[in-house]
Design a protein around this ligand. Sequence first.
Ligand code: KMT
Ligand code: NI
Length: 175
Amino acid sequence: KTEFYYMDDDVTQPFTAPHNSGKATPVEELLKLGVLYFQYPELEQVNELAKQRHYKNRDHIELSKEKIPEDVLNEKLKIFYEEHLHEDEEIRYIVDGEGYFDVRDLQDRWIRCKVVANDLLILPEGIYHRFTLTDKFYVKAIRLFQDEPKWIAINRAELDKGGEIARQQYLASVS
Ligand code: KMT
Ligand code: NI
């Protein structure tokens, strides 16, 4: 089921483990960070939201051990799990399976957002985040893009000028 909680820092567990510290994160806390969460049983609701926010593109992504060779999947997961930000808002809609979106709060703590089928998450531009699968290793999702279906992640360890600006704008928007 869908859950939001502060992560533990147990390094003996793989990153696909729940890492639930036992401390839940109220949805209001996410709202303050500019993170929006919706449950949309109908694809039509996703289309409506995309229209309202002037999204022009999308792609479909399926991550599983059956469909993707293990080394390729591991490489993808490694990239998705690098802490990064985007210069554009990120919208993800889960069609099937489940996954974890981790977002940083203003004290730099990780909040883990466990999402399942019909969950839609909006991450504001400039928020530090990362993604991984759960120990079921399966997700089918739609990635919505404001413009071209281009996924550019700017890693926190190597912020460029654009990333720097997105970060400053984000901090101003949540302060
Ligand atoms: C992201 O933005 O981290 C991704 O696109 C990961 C896959 S979306 C389920
Ligand atoms: Ni991202």
